[in-house]
Design a protein around this ligand. Structure first.
Ligand code: ZN
Length: 303
Protein backbone atom coordinates (compact mmCIF):
# COMPACT_ATOMS: atom_id res chain seq x y z
CA UNK A 1 0.00 0.00 0.00
CA UNK A 2 2.77 2.36 0.96
CA UNK A 3 4.57 1.61 -2.30
CA UNK A 4 1.42 2.27 -4.27
CA UNK A 5 0.99 5.64 -2.57
CA UNK A 6 4.63 6.65 -3.34
CA UNK A 7 4.25 5.68 -6.94
CA UNK A 8 1.16 7.87 -7.30
CA UNK A 9 2.93 10.73 -5.60
CA UNK A 10 5.92 10.34 -7.92
CA UNK A 11 3.64 10.23 -10.94
CA UNK A 12 1.91 13.40 -9.76
CA UNK A 13 5.25 15.19 -9.35
CA UNK A 14 6.40 14.01 -12.78
CA UNK A 15 3.15 15.19 -14.31
CA UNK A 16 3.43 18.66 -12.74
CA UNK A 17 7.03 18.92 -13.90
CA UNK A 18 5.97 18.07 -17.45
CA UNK A 19 3.26 20.71 -17.19
CA UNK A 20 5.77 23.34 -16.05
CA UNK A 21 8.15 22.42 -18.88
CA UNK A 22 5.32 22.64 -21.39
CA UNK A 23 4.44 26.10 -20.12
CA UNK A 24 8.01 27.35 -20.16
CA UNK A 25 8.81 25.95 -23.64
CA UNK A 26 8.96 28.93 -25.92
CA UNK A 27 6.28 29.07 -28.55
CA UNK A 28 7.66 30.48 -31.78
CA UNK A 29 6.45 33.97 -32.67
CA UNK A 30 3.99 33.79 -35.55
CA UNK A 31 5.32 36.10 -38.22
CA UNK A 32 4.03 37.34 -41.57
CA UNK A 33 6.56 38.72 -44.06
CA UNK A 34 4.88 41.03 -46.59
CA UNK A 35 6.77 41.17 -49.86
CA UNK A 36 6.33 40.82 -53.65
CA UNK A 37 7.00 44.35 -54.90
CA UNK A 38 10.11 46.34 -54.22
CA UNK A 39 12.70 48.41 -56.05
CA UNK A 40 15.03 45.96 -54.29
CA UNK A 41 15.72 42.26 -54.74
CA UNK A 42 12.78 41.01 -52.66
CA UNK A 43 13.25 37.54 -54.18
CA UNK A 44 16.47 37.39 -52.16
CA UNK A 45 15.44 39.27 -49.02
CA UNK A 46 12.26 37.31 -48.26
CA UNK A 47 14.15 34.02 -48.56
CA UNK A 48 16.81 35.38 -46.20
CA UNK A 49 14.18 36.38 -43.64
CA UNK A 50 12.44 33.01 -43.75
CA UNK A 51 15.75 31.19 -43.20
CA UNK A 52 17.15 33.62 -40.65
CA UNK A 53 14.01 33.81 -38.53
CA UNK A 54 13.08 30.13 -38.61
CA UNK A 55 16.68 28.98 -38.05
CA UNK A 56 16.75 31.09 -34.88
CA UNK A 57 14.04 28.81 -33.47
CA UNK A 58 12.14 31.87 -32.26
CA UNK A 59 9.82 32.51 -35.19
CA UNK A 60 7.61 30.72 -37.69
CA UNK A 61 7.28 32.64 -40.94
CA UNK A 62 4.44 32.83 -43.44
CA UNK A 63 4.78 34.84 -46.62
CA UNK A 64 2.31 37.28 -48.17
CA UNK A 65 3.53 37.79 -51.75
CA UNK A 66 1.68 40.56 -53.59
CA UNK A 67 0.79 40.58 -57.28
CA UNK A 68 3.47 42.08 -59.51
CA UNK A 69 3.68 45.84 -59.93
CA UNK A 70 0.86 47.23 -62.06
CA UNK A 71 -1.32 44.14 -61.63
CA UNK A 72 -4.73 44.04 -59.95
CA UNK A 73 -4.17 44.46 -56.19
CA UNK A 74 -7.82 44.10 -55.17
CA UNK A 75 -7.34 40.48 -54.06
CA UNK A 76 -4.36 41.30 -51.83
CA UNK A 77 -6.45 41.43 -48.68
CA UNK A 78 -4.35 40.28 -45.75
CA UNK A 79 -5.40 38.80 -42.44
CA UNK A 80 -2.93 40.02 -39.81
CA UNK A 81 -4.99 38.77 -36.87
CA UNK A 82 -3.27 35.37 -36.71
CA UNK A 83 0.18 36.97 -36.25
CA UNK A 84 2.20 38.57 -33.50
CA UNK A 85 4.68 40.13 -35.90
CA UNK A 86 4.62 41.60 -39.41
CA UNK A 87 7.90 42.15 -41.28
CA UNK A 88 7.55 44.74 -44.03
CA UNK A 89 9.71 43.95 -47.06
CA UNK A 90 7.38 45.82 -49.41
CA UNK A 91 7.77 48.97 -51.49
CA UNK A 92 5.20 49.05 -54.24
CA UNK A 93 1.63 49.68 -55.34
CA UNK A 94 -0.96 50.72 -52.78
CA UNK A 95 -2.61 47.91 -50.82
CA UNK A 96 -6.39 47.63 -50.95
CA UNK A 97 -8.13 49.91 -48.42
CA UNK A 98 -9.24 46.85 -46.45
CA UNK A 99 -5.61 45.71 -46.00
CA UNK A 100 -4.63 49.22 -44.87
CA UNK A 101 -7.50 49.27 -42.39
CA UNK A 102 -6.59 45.83 -41.01
CA UNK A 103 -2.89 46.69 -40.74
CA UNK A 104 -3.69 49.84 -38.81
CA UNK A 105 -5.98 47.88 -36.45
CA UNK A 106 -3.25 45.23 -36.01
CA UNK A 107 -0.71 47.84 -34.91
CA UNK A 108 -3.13 49.88 -32.79
CA UNK A 109 -4.11 46.72 -30.93
CA UNK A 110 -0.53 45.84 -30.02
CA UNK A 111 0.92 44.02 -33.02
CA UNK A 112 4.66 44.08 -33.65
CA UNK A 113 6.17 45.42 -36.85
CA UNK A 114 9.65 45.38 -38.38
CA UNK A 115 10.23 48.04 -41.02
CA UNK A 116 13.09 46.79 -43.16
CA UNK A 117 15.23 48.96 -45.47
CA UNK A 118 13.17 50.18 -48.49
CA UNK A 119 9.85 49.48 -46.74
CA UNK A 120 10.38 53.03 -45.50
CA UNK A 121 10.13 54.24 -49.09
CA UNK A 122 6.58 52.90 -49.43
CA UNK A 123 3.26 54.71 -49.20
CA UNK A 124 4.41 58.39 -49.05
CA UNK A 125 0.79 59.62 -48.83
CA UNK A 126 -0.49 57.24 -46.14
CA UNK A 127 -0.37 59.38 -42.98
CA UNK A 128 -0.65 56.60 -40.40
CA UNK A 129 2.02 54.52 -42.15
CA UNK A 130 4.44 57.44 -42.10
CA UNK A 131 3.77 57.95 -38.40
CA UNK A 132 4.61 54.28 -37.81
CA UNK A 133 7.86 54.36 -39.76
CA UNK A 134 8.70 57.86 -38.39
CA UNK A 135 11.13 58.48 -41.25
CA UNK A 136 10.90 57.68 -44.94
CA UNK A 137 12.57 58.56 -48.19
CA UNK A 138 12.14 58.92 -51.94
CA UNK A 139 8.76 58.59 -53.73
CA UNK A 140 8.37 62.38 -53.81
CA UNK A 141 9.04 62.99 -50.14
CA UNK A 142 10.01 66.57 -49.29
CA UNK A 143 9.41 69.20 -46.57
CA UNK A 144 5.69 68.41 -46.72
CA UNK A 145 6.50 64.91 -45.43
CA UNK A 146 8.05 66.31 -42.23
CA UNK A 147 11.46 67.45 -41.06
CA UNK A 148 14.88 65.94 -41.63
CA UNK A 149 15.88 64.17 -38.41
CA UNK A 150 19.50 63.61 -37.42
CA UNK A 151 21.84 63.44 -34.45
CA UNK A 152 23.70 66.63 -33.61
CA UNK A 153 25.44 67.84 -30.46
CA UNK A 154 24.30 64.85 -28.44
CA UNK A 155 20.62 64.89 -29.37
CA UNK A 156 18.17 64.27 -32.18
CA UNK A 157 17.27 67.42 -34.07
CA UNK A 158 14.36 68.05 -36.41
CA UNK A 159 15.30 70.30 -39.31
CA UNK A 160 12.44 71.69 -41.38
CA UNK A 161 14.58 73.13 -44.17
CA UNK A 162 13.14 72.35 -47.61
CA UNK A 163 14.49 69.61 -49.85
CA UNK A 164 14.24 66.10 -51.16
CA UNK A 165 13.73 63.31 -48.63
CA UNK A 166 15.93 60.22 -48.86
CA UNK A 167 19.28 59.54 -50.49
CA UNK A 168 22.41 57.52 -49.98
CA UNK A 169 25.99 57.62 -51.15
CA UNK A 170 27.91 54.70 -52.56
CA UNK A 171 27.91 51.47 -50.61
CA UNK A 172 30.67 51.11 -48.04
CA UNK A 173 31.40 49.62 -44.63
CA UNK A 174 30.60 51.88 -41.69
CA UNK A 175 30.48 51.99 -37.91
CA UNK A 176 27.18 51.98 -36.04
CA UNK A 177 27.18 54.29 -33.01
CA UNK A 178 24.98 53.28 -30.07
CA UNK A 179 22.68 55.98 -28.69
CA UNK A 180 20.72 53.94 -26.15
CA UNK A 181 22.46 50.86 -24.85
CA UNK A 182 19.85 50.17 -22.14
CA UNK A 183 17.01 49.28 -24.49
CA UNK A 184 16.17 45.53 -24.59
CA UNK A 185 17.28 45.41 -28.25
CA UNK A 186 20.73 46.88 -27.60
CA UNK A 187 21.45 45.76 -24.04
CA UNK A 188 24.78 43.89 -24.01
CA UNK A 189 25.67 44.77 -27.61
CA UNK A 190 28.75 46.86 -28.37
CA UNK A 191 28.18 50.62 -28.55
CA UNK A 192 30.27 50.63 -31.71
CA UNK A 193 30.37 47.93 -34.38
CA UNK A 194 31.49 47.75 -37.95
CA UNK A 195 28.78 46.91 -40.48
CA UNK A 196 29.47 45.12 -43.77
CA UNK A 197 29.27 46.98 -47.07
CA UNK A 198 25.80 48.51 -47.31
CA UNK A 199 23.89 51.63 -48.24
CA UNK A 200 23.70 54.31 -45.56
CA UNK A 201 20.31 56.02 -45.83
CA UNK A 202 20.51 59.77 -45.28
CA UNK A 203 18.32 62.88 -45.41
CA UNK A 204 15.26 60.86 -44.45
CA UNK A 205 12.14 62.85 -43.60
CA UNK A 206 8.84 62.20 -41.86
CA UNK A 207 6.82 62.94 -38.74
CA UNK A 208 10.04 61.83 -37.01
CA UNK A 209 8.54 60.75 -33.70
CA UNK A 210 11.18 58.20 -32.81
CA UNK A 211 10.58 56.61 -29.40
CA UNK A 212 14.04 55.13 -28.78
CA UNK A 213 16.96 55.92 -31.03
CA UNK A 214 19.26 52.87 -30.91
CA UNK A 215 22.07 53.38 -33.44
CA UNK A 216 23.20 56.15 -35.78
CA UNK A 217 26.02 56.24 -38.33
CA UNK A 218 28.03 59.06 -39.82
CA UNK A 219 27.16 59.67 -43.45
CA UNK A 220 30.44 60.97 -44.83
CA UNK A 221 30.42 63.44 -47.72
CA UNK A 222 33.48 61.56 -49.01
CA UNK A 223 31.25 58.59 -49.84
CA UNK A 224 28.51 60.82 -51.26
CA UNK A 225 26.61 61.21 -47.99
CA UNK A 226 24.97 64.04 -46.06
CA UNK A 227 27.75 64.91 -43.63
CA UNK A 228 25.30 64.13 -40.82
CA UNK A 229 24.97 61.49 -38.15
CA UNK A 230 21.93 59.59 -39.43
CA UNK A 231 19.41 57.58 -37.36
CA UNK A 232 19.44 54.02 -38.76
CA UNK A 233 17.97 51.74 -36.08
CA UNK A 234 15.18 52.93 -33.82
CA UNK A 235 11.81 52.10 -32.30
CA UNK A 236 8.42 53.77 -32.63
CA UNK A 237 5.35 53.25 -30.48
CA UNK A 238 2.03 53.54 -32.28
CA UNK A 239 -1.18 52.86 -30.38
CA UNK A 240 -0.37 49.72 -28.39
CA UNK A 241 1.96 48.53 -31.16
CA UNK A 242 5.74 48.34 -31.17
CA UNK A 243 7.71 49.07 -34.32
CA UNK A 244 11.37 48.31 -34.94
CA UNK A 245 12.80 50.18 -37.92
CA UNK A 246 16.12 49.08 -39.43
CA UNK A 247 17.41 50.94 -42.46
CA UNK A 248 20.20 48.41 -42.94
CA UNK A 249 20.38 45.31 -45.12
CA UNK A 250 20.35 46.16 -48.84
CA UNK A 251 19.81 42.77 -50.55
CA UNK A 252 22.45 41.53 -52.97
CA UNK A 253 22.33 39.54 -56.20
CA UNK A 254 21.72 36.20 -54.53
CA UNK A 255 21.02 34.80 -51.07
CA UNK A 256 24.67 33.77 -50.81
CA UNK A 257 25.99 37.08 -52.17
CA UNK A 258 24.31 39.62 -49.89
CA UNK A 259 27.04 40.97 -47.61
CA UNK A 260 24.79 43.55 -45.92
CA UNK A 261 22.39 40.76 -44.91
CA UNK A 262 25.16 38.26 -44.15
CA UNK A 263 26.65 40.69 -41.62
CA UNK A 264 26.26 39.23 -38.13
CA UNK A 265 25.47 42.71 -36.82
CA UNK A 266 22.56 43.09 -39.23
CA UNK A 267 21.17 39.65 -38.44
CA UNK A 268 21.45 39.89 -34.68
CA UNK A 269 19.95 43.40 -34.46
CA UNK A 270 17.18 42.29 -36.83
CA UNK A 271 16.30 39.21 -34.74
CA UNK A 272 16.46 41.16 -31.46
CA UNK A 273 14.35 43.97 -32.92
CA UNK A 274 11.83 41.44 -34.22
CA UNK A 275 11.53 39.68 -30.85
CA UNK A 276 11.14 42.99 -29.06
CA UNK A 277 8.49 44.23 -31.51
CA UNK A 278 6.48 41.04 -30.98
CA UNK A 279 6.88 40.63 -27.21
CA UNK A 280 8.35 43.79 -25.68
CA UNK A 281 11.31 41.73 -24.43
CA UNK A 282 14.51 40.25 -25.79
CA UNK A 283 15.55 36.87 -24.43
CA UNK A 284 18.26 36.20 -27.02
CA UNK A 285 21.78 36.11 -25.66
CA UNK A 286 24.45 38.33 -27.17
CA UNK A 287 26.46 36.00 -29.43
CA UNK A 288 30.25 35.80 -29.25
CA UNK A 289 30.61 36.52 -32.97
CA UNK A 290 28.90 39.92 -32.81
CA UNK A 291 31.17 42.43 -34.60
CA UNK A 292 33.19 45.06 -32.80
CA UNK A 293 34.47 48.37 -34.05
CA UNK A 294 37.50 46.77 -35.69
CA UNK A 295 36.14 43.81 -37.58
CA UNK A 296 33.11 42.78 -39.60
CA UNK A 297 31.81 39.28 -38.95
CA UNK A 298 29.59 37.27 -41.27
CA UNK A 299 27.06 34.47 -40.99
CA UNK A 300 26.83 33.35 -44.55
CA UNK A 301 24.30 30.59 -43.85
CA UNK A 302 21.72 32.71 -41.98
CA UNK A 303 21.89 30.67 -38.81
ZN1 ZN B 1 18.87 49.56 -50.86
Amino acid sequence: MKQHFSFRKLAAVAFSLLFVFALSAKKPIKTLVVTGQNNHNWKVSHVVFKQLMENSGLFTVDLAVSPEKGQDMSGFVLDFSAYELVVLDYNGDAWPEETNRRFLAFVENGGGVVVYHAADNAFPDWKAYNEMIALGGWEGRNEKSGPYVYWQDGRLVKDSSPGHGGSHGRQHTYVLNGRDMNHPITKGLPAKWLHAKDELYDRMRGPGDITNLLYTAYSDKETGGSGREEPLLFTVHYGKGRIFHTMLGHAGETVTDSPAMQCTGFQVTFLRGAEWAATGKVKQKVPKDFPKEEGITYRKEYK
